[in-house]
Design a binder for this molecule. Structure first.
Ligand code: TXA
Ligand code: MG
Length: 350
């Protein structure tokens, strides 16, 4: 389906009783009519649709150009909603919910068949999260529905952290976008498999491994996140993702090594983009995008997708990006950068 116009509602997320505002009522009304609407969450903008409707879920997959074997996250506004869609909630899952909901943690459990099969792509499990964003909560509450919402980007592009990013990718392809300002965390939620006693991280994100372990003891990470040749449990992890408009190469080395690589490419006649922290300022480049100080991982995460999008079409031939230590939010940042690079990395140590 295409639209001449995609509705654009602007809301102030700090006002009280958002749920009753005409913008939220109208956006939620669209979701009740099985249309799809983008809205902000604390991580990235989501493209929301009625998770009980095959028609709505088809529209989400079409608008994104997303492969239909990649299931969607179902968003709820109250913890109590969870038991309507899953067979049971393990005690480990319960601990995580108490500690991190509402927030950037998605929990995978066995479903009970109440939702559209298209949401779960035919899997026996469903991924559920309760976002910590007043606009997302208000829309879910006002719709009275479970809301399936993947990130509101065209499949393969960096996830949107502003309404303008959503418009760039999806204008004319969706019924509307609720503009509630830039999102907070900047990378998507952490996805954890809670179908067994052992908690497994399927996608690193806003809640770190360290955060989870404080609450639930040792957790493991899906080996597919580190080993390229293994089929990932989280179907979305196998596709190229977060790609900017030029090939991106990770450079694992000190400032001098990084500068040398950039200079070599320029000598080959390439226009070079660099995605760097403040510490690498001034390395040779035709376009420099800075992520802030290396020590401020939350700020790096917040800026990451906007920065990847900032390399416009035909502006540079190659992008060199700095690497980060994989502790705390660095785990999620490096996961996204590796995907954006399609695994390409130049290392000083070799
Ligand atoms: O922060 C977020 O999670 C954002 C905002 C909008 O809430 N949403 C998001 O959705 O990132 P999406 O669809 O772009 O990513 C969902 C991820 C994919 O990697 C998908 O494969 C995985 O969750 N997933 C969904 N259902 C699953 C399931 N039943 N088992 C394993 N992985 C699942
Ligand atoms: Mg996504």
């Amino acid at each position: 389906m295409t639209y001449q116009h995609t509705r654009h509602w602007v809301v102030d997320k700090s006002v009280g009783n958002l749920e009753a505002s005409p913008q939220i009522q109208e956006a939620a009304g669209f979701i009740k009519q099985n249309k799809v609407v983008a809205f902000p969450t604390e991580t990235v903008y989501g493209l929301g649709g009625n998770a009980e409707s095959d028609e709505a879920i088809d529209l989400i997959f079409q608008a994104k150009g997303r492969p239909s074997d990649n299931p969607l996250i179902v968003h709820i506004a109250e913890k109590e909603q969870l038991c309507r869609y899953v067979r049971s909630v393990s005690s480990q899952a319960d601990k995580l919910i108490e500690a991190f909901w509402p927030g950037p943690l998605t929990i995978v459990l066995e479903h009970n068949g109440e939702l559209s099969e298209k949401v779960t792509a035919g899997l026996p499990t469903v991924a559920v999260r309760m976002p910590d964003h007043p606009v997302a909560s208000a829309i879910i509450k006002a719709s009275g529905l479970p809301v399936a919402a993947p990130s509101a980007n065209r499949s393969g592009r960096p996830s949107p952290t502003t309404a303008a990013h959503v418009t760039d990718d999806l204008h004319g392809l969706i019924a509307g976008v609720v503009d509630g300002g830039p999102t907070g965390v900047g990378v998507e939620s952490t996805v954890v498999d809670c179908t067994n006693d052992e908690i497994v991280i399927l996608r690193p994100g806003g809640i770190t491994k360290e955060d989870l372990e404080k609450v639930a003891g040792p957790v493991t990470t899906d080996p597919a996140l580190v080993e390229e040749d293994q089929a990932p449990v989280s179907p979305g992890m196998k596709y190229t993702h977060y790609a900017p408009h030029a090939p991106l190469i990770l450079v694992d080395g000190d400032r001098r090594f990084f500068a040398e690589k950039a200079e070599e490419a320029r000598r080959e006649g390439k226009k070079v983009g660099v995605l760097i922290t403040d510490e690498y300022e001034g390395v040779p480049a035709d376009k420099e995008i800075r992520l802030g100080p290396a020590g401020d991982l939350p700020a790096v995460a917040r800026r990451l997708y906007d920065s990847l999008r900032a390399f416009n079409q035909n502006e540079v031939d190659v992008i060199f990006a700095q690497v980060f230590p994989e502790t705390e939010l660095g785990g999620a940042i490096m996961n996204r950068l590796r995907k954006a690079a399609g695994g390409k990395i130049i290392s000083q140590k070799e």
